[in-house]
Design a protein around this ligand. Structure first.
Ligand SMILES: Cc1cc2nc3c(=O)[nH]c(=O)nc-3n(C[C@H](O)[C@H](O)[C@H](O)COP(=O)(O)OP(=O)(O)OC[C@H]3O[C@@H](n4cnc5c(N)ncnc54)[C@H](O)[C@@H]3O)c2cc1C
Length: 347
């Protein structure tokens, strides 16, 4: 029998953030992961403190960035990988009114450190942007595929990863302990993304799920090293490759790329990119979204050693370390969870 403090189900952004909190507090754990959900691995990985539709601040943007970036930087050092790419992020303006809205928004105390006051002129002949761009400061991209691939290797090397589906009906409760196959744990944290729908303990949490698809294109003439946000994002990956995305579909909950999404992304891209490009990749996943756009964190109402860490929505990169910390302090120190993130707020 292997004894650990925690079993964690899932190995996406939520789980990795929680593993890092556990490691920094010297807690032992084992992770169970299948690859049934793809959200973290297909994510564009942007961290961006501004909602670019409305020019407003992302919920707790400063706290989230403060919490998240040191975690990714620590992983980079310990795993000897590069995952955090600082990135200029330019919002393409479609009119003079939009320019004015941007400069009005940049006066707000919550946004002044994130919205540049310089109007960026377009000097790239392959981009149609007569009204120029606004630049978001402190944005970047986490290469989530590289992060997850290497984190799994690290967990495997420390004998902390079981590459298998977790079967909830096999959990046995014995006193304060939990037994699962040959593992004894004090707590289980479910970080299953949209897969939580198959978890009988937490399948009623109000997760809606929003499928997203991304294309990778090769565009040798485009030559940009910054990300552009217009009707879609264009994110440079190097070697003339760019990610273009993403779509939002609340009906289809599969991870299968579709022709309709491909067409939608290509037609939106062509509204502002004029050079030829070739589609070389196409991926899809289901974001664990929630109606009120806040995470779902907390304890099972009856089983006091079962917890959920979910609802990271469209911004898992920034939110995951912030909420992982909150959950740990709730479990270990009895600190109250903010009502805004508490999974029980809907009751
Ligand atoms: C197209 C797209 C683009 C995105 N772009 C961005 C972006 O630019 N920036 C950003 O911050 N966010 C982005 N997101 C959102 C981000 O991906 C999510 O917020 C985040 O990945 C959710 O992480 P998670 O760990 O909660 O869930 P998941 O990534 O779904 O991870 C859950 C894991 O648990 C495993 N699992 C589930 N059930 C079981 C079980 N029973 N047994 C074992 N394992 C199980 C799954 O297989 C999976 O590995 C994007 C998402 C999509 C789909």
């Amino acid at each position: 029998m292997k004894e650990v403090d925690y079993i964690i189900v899932g190995c996406g952004l939520a789980s990795i953030a929680f593993c890092e909190v556990l490691r920094s507090h010297g807690k032992s754990f084992i992770v169970y992961n299948d690859d049934s959900q793809k959200s973290s691995i297909v994510a564009a990985g942007l961290y961006n403190p501004v909602i670019l539709k409305r020019f407003s601040e992302v919920w707790k943007a400063k706290e989230q960035l403060k919490s998240a970036l040191p975690v990714y930087s620590k992983i980079e050092k310990e795993l000897n990988i590069t995952i955090d790419y600082k990135l200029r992020l330019l919002r393409r303006f479609t009119s003079v009114q939009e320019q004015n809205k941007w400069f009005t928004a940049s006066d707000k105390p919550s946004l002044e450190s994130f919205l540049s006051l310089q109007l960026v002129k377009n000097n790239n002949p392959e981009i149609d942007a007569p009204f120029g761009f606004g630049e978001v400061l402190h944005a970047g991209r986490i290469d989530t595929e590289n992060l997850i691939t290497n984190y799994k290797k690290f967990l495997t090397a420390t004998d902390s990863l079981k590459k298998q589906s977790f079967t909830h009906t096999k959990i046995q409760f014995e006193g304060d302990a939990i037994h699962y196959e040959n593992v004894q744990a004090k707590q289980i944290v479910f970080a299953e993304g949209f897969g939580v729908k198959h978890n009988p303990y937490f399948n009623s949490i109000p997760l809606t799920g929003s499928k997203g698809e991304i294309l990778t294109i090769k565009a040798p003439d485009l030559k940009i090293d910054y990300a552009v946000k217009s009707s879609v994002f264009v994110i440079p990956l190097g070697n003339d490759l760019y990610n273009v995305g993403a779509t939002y579909n609340n009906e289809d909950k599969s991870n299968t790329p579709t022709g309709a999404a491909k067409e939608e992304l290509i037609s939106k891209l062509k509204t502002f990119i004029t050079c030829p490009f070739e589609v070389v990749g196409h991926i899809a996943g289901v974001r664990p979204t929630v109606k009120d756009r806040r995470p779902l964190v907390g304890r099972h109402p009856e089983q006091s050693n079962l917890y959920v860490l979910n609802g990271l929505g469209t911004r898992g990169v920034m939110i995951a370390p912030y909420v992982a910390n909150k959950l740990f302090r709730y479990i270990e120190n009895g600190e109250r969870l903010d009502d805004e993130i508490d999974v029980n707020r809907f009751k």
